[in-house]
Structure formats: C-alpha cells, structure tokens
Design a protein around this ligand. Structure first.
Ligand SMILES: [Zn+2]
Length: 533
C-alpha cells in the first residue's frame, strides 16, 4: 500500500505494535511487512556499523535489533548477509527532472541509492512551490523531492535579463515571491550568482531577499557562487566565498555552498583555502555547510562559459546585434579567448547538447569542422540557441579529496536527468555517489565507510532538519539502501554516460520496494517534502 504520510508516524506504529501484543505470559510475536536480516547496518550517524535486523511496516522503520530474540517475523524476508544496510541517500544538489515524464521515475538516482533529491537550486526554482509539490503528488515521483525558490527565477519574472539594480518596487515584488514560496513549503532561497540574471544582482539585493526567507522557521540559503574561480574578470574565488558567507551571516539563515570546490588550473592545490574560509566562518558562529560531487568536470551552458555578462544582457536579439556589430563582436571574441584560456581551452569544452551535430564533440572539434576559430564558432552556435556543455578538468581531484574530509561536507550529484534525445550528458547524474565511495573508501582508503555514508545521509538530514529521514531509526520513514560493497560502483563515463550504477541490491522509498534484487520495480514511491515548521 502506498503511504503518502510525510509526518513522523511513530505514534501510529507504537499503536500498531501494541495492538499485536499478546496477553501476559505469552510470547510477543510481531509481524512486519518486510524484514531485512543480518546486514551490516550503518545508521547514518557516522558511528561504527553493527549486525542488525530491520523491520518495515506501513512505510516506516518499525523495528531495529535482533529479530529472532524479539520474535519478529515477516512474509517478506530479505537476507542481507554480507551486505551494507544504510539510510536512503540525500542528493543535496540535484537537477533530477521530476516534473518531466522522462525524469519522474528518477532511475539514475535510485540506482545510486538516492531516495531524496533537493531541487530548485542555482537560482532556478519556481516560486509556485505549492503547484510544483502538488503536481509531484499527483503524477508520482520515484524519489522524495525538496524544492527551493530561485533568485534568478524571480529576477527574470520581475526585471527580465536587464543588467541593473532592482528598484524598491521590484525588490518588494521579489520579496512577495519569496513569501509565497516559503508559505507553500519551500526550504529556502537559492541563488546562481554566476548565471544570468543572478549575476546582475548586488549582494545587498540577495541579502534583502534572504532576510525575507529568514522570517520563516528552518529556512536555508543555498548558493551557487558568483565566481568559483573561473570567471572572466570575476571577483575571484576567495571574495566570492566571502560574499556567500556574508549573505548567510547577515540574513541569519543556515547556508550551503552548492558543489563546493575551486575552479581552474590556477586553483589546483588550494583546497586548504576553501576549507579555511568555511571553517573560520563556522568558528565565529556562521551556520554554513557545503556539498560536493567527485568529478573534475562541470556542466553548464555555452553562453555562460564563453560570452561575457555584458554581451548577454537583455534579449537574444540584443545579444545577436552585438555579434553583428564589428566593434562589439571583436571585443566579445577577445573576451571569449580569455574565458577559454581560463577554462583550459576549447578542447575542454564538451557538448552535452541534444543537437546531434554537437553532442559528444568538443568546441575545438566543432570549430575545426566549420573552419572557424572556437570563439567565432561559439557565437554561431549561440545565434541558434544556448547549448549544454561540460568543462573538463576544471576541478582538481586532490582539492575534492581534501574537502571530502570536512565534517560539514555533504554529497550531491548536481546531475540533470538527460532528455531522451541527449546521449552524451555529464556522468555525475548516473554515478556521483558510488564514485565518491569508490575513490575515497574502496580505492584510496582515505575515509571510513561510515563517514562517507553519513555525508550521503544523516549529515544532510541534520542540515535540512528532516525530522524522520537520513537515519535508520525506529519510527523514521523507511528510505533504506541495501548495497553490496563488492559491486557498488559507478559505470557512467564521459564516453558512455548513461549507464546505471551497480550494487544497489534493494532500495526502499517510504517502505515501498523501488529496487528489488538489483532491478527497478517501476514504483513511484517518493513524496514531496515540505519545509519542517
Ligand atoms: Zn547545479
């Protein structure tokens, strides 16, 4: 039976267990819907694991302990001997396309063990949170969904793509969007200050909106930095992180840095700076956290990577007019060349765009085919439309490794569900969680499994203040992973990204079996999660 209850069901469960209690003197025998026996249980707290049995009833964890001693039985027993049993994983920065028919099953995520995704990030989330959550409920979703309202969405709606400050009236209108979204269950405000139109906003504008969100309990500020280190004529990495900390501090929100890392070859080996900036802020009481994925490539769009902000302002026609004007075109070409140099060159820009003449090729490949320079090629592509691209080797694996050790570092995919006509996409959608486990636990033995599992689960549940998820505890929602440590691996590569991860033997979402014996059941067992009050 499908349970749509998202409030803690502890009371209900206790009543059910009591109802089964026999008269005094007889053995207390309890039947649960599903019993997972003999697995090595990592409960999400970061503590050492133990061999325990777990019972599921009515969508909730109804028992943890020794099932034989407690006389717990079930018509559905899963033998988890030799396997790890963990809480369902929480993707702290996701672009799972739950609103689309092709994405609502969330299979690339389920096959990694992910049972909850956080959406509406990078400033891109609608303020119609009530409608969004209701449509998830109505259409069904494969994972639980959390939604943020995006600053970029609101700025587009109120100001368009104009490169200027908001007027007092416009700021008030954006505040109205924040209030509506928060009242309807948004977890907080997200920004994408790197992107158009977020990049045109002042820090004060964002603080004003964050302060509006802060009027609601448990609100969060989620930031995609203005400059992760690879922005042409940007503020630079350190100043950009300081800005995110300042917004968090002055609004009084809890903050999270999306996909926290340092971009560009000039930032290789500077993870200590990234860690220190956050640790110093935390030491003085700022409630600031972060999430990471383990890939060295990013994915974004061609315009943001190759065209300076001033040239993107306003309408598409205005941008194209700047391409057509010989004077501005030359300035843009010079800027594009500088931007490509920061990003490692045109051969590091790999198209994940659905267009078949682009998909899987680098900007250097396409430029060679068209017998143009890479900068000219970028303009010709953008005249048609913006394009999805990756930037290979923008991150340093050693930076990622060092940041992974921090106790405030959650885990994310940052992965977008590919469209059906998009064969080449970023492999992180399919492999971020097992790849982090593979590198740092299985191969490098840098981190203990319980530490990484906590970064996948309990740590995020603490940050988002989810009252009944992220841990294996009696009464909690039965989001449960049973994985085989021998086979839990990412398979997705840049050449063949659309390969599901292996090793998730069983997966429960709200007590329903989403993966059974390694195969999807097709269940749409997720629920929308509203901000806890
Ligand atoms: Zn993102």
């Amino acid at each position: 039976m499908k349970s749509r209850i998202v409030t803690p069901g502890i009371v209900v469960l206790l009543m059910q267990l009591t109802a089964c209690a026999p008269p005094a003197g007889e053995t207390a025998s309890v039947t649960v819907d599903t019993l997972i026996t003999g697995g090595l249980v990592y409960d999400g707290s970061g503590e050492s694991p133990g061999l325990l049995d777990i019972g599921i009833s009515e969508g909730r964890i109804s028992f943890i302990g020794d099932a034989v001693a407690a006389d717990i039985s079930s018509p559905d027993v899963i033998d988890a001997k030799g396997l790890w049993v963990t809480p369902g994983f929480i993707d702290a920065h996701s672009h799972a396309e739950l609103d689309e028919d092709y994405g609502k099953d969330a299979l690339p995520y389920l096959y990694q063990g992910i049972t909850t995704v956080v959406l509406g990030l990078d400033g891109d989330g609608t303020s119609d949170i009530g409608d969004r959550l209701a449509s998830w409920e109505k259409n069904g979703i494969g994972v639980n969904g959390i939604a943020f309202v995006g600053h970029g969405f609101m700025r587009s709606a109120v100001i368009g793509r104009e490169d200027r400050d908001a007027t007092p009236d416009e700021l008030e209108e954006m505040r109205g969007h924040v209030r509506k979204a928060m009242e309807e269950g948004a977890f907080g405000l997200s920004t994408g200050l790197f992107y158009v139109p977020g990049t045109y906003a002042s820090t004060d504008e964002v603080i004003a909106l964050a302060q509006e969100a802060a009027k609601f309990s448990n609100a969060i500020y989620d930031t995609h930095d203005r400059d992760l280190g690879a922005v042409y004529e940007g503020v630079g990495y350190d100043a950009s992180v300081e800005e995110g900390i300042r917004i968090t501090e002055e609004s009084g929100l809890r903050g999270i840095f999306s996909h926290y890392n340092l971009q560009g070859a000039h930032n290789y080996g500077r993870a200590d700076v990234g860690a220190r900036l956050l640790n110093d802020a935390r030491d003085r009481g700022v409630d600031i956290w972060a999430a990471q994925h383990p890939y060295t490539a990013t994915q974004s769009n061609l315009r943001s990577y190759t065209i300076p902000d001033w040239a993107s302002a306003g309408s598409r026609e205005e941008m194209i007019a700047r391409f057509d004007n010989p004077e501005t075109a030359a300035e843009i070409i010079a800027a594009t060349n500088a931007m490509l140099e920061i990003r490692g060159g045109a051969d590091k820009i790999l198209f994940a765009d659905p267009r078949p003449d682009l998909n899987g090729k680098t900007l250097a490949d396409v430029a060679a085919e068209r017998e143009l320079s890479p900068a000219e090629t970028a303009q010709w592509i953008l005249r048609d439309s913006n394009a999805v691209v990756m930037n290979l080797e923008l991150y340093d694996h050693n930076n990622t490794r060092l940041l992974a050790k921090e106790p405030w570092m959650m885990t994310c995919t940052d992965g977008r569900t590919p469209r059906p006509d998009q064969p080449i996409t970023h492999p992180r959608t399919f492999g971020a969680f097992p790849k982090k486990m593979r590198h740092f636990v299985f191969e490098e033995k840098l981190l203990a499994p319980e530490f990484v599992i906590r970064s996948f689960s309990g740590l995020a549940a603490d940050f988002y203040r989810l009252p009944d998820r992220g841990y294996l505890r009696e009464g909690y929602a039965a989001d449960i992973v049973v994985l085989d440590p021998e086979t839990y691996r990412d398979k997705a590569t840049f050449g063949e990204p659309q390969q599901y991860a292996t090793g998730i033997e069983q997966l429960f979402v709200n007590g329903q079996s989403a993966i059974r014996d390694g195969k999807s059941t097709g269940a749409l067992a997720g629920v929308p999660i509203r901000r806890p009050r």
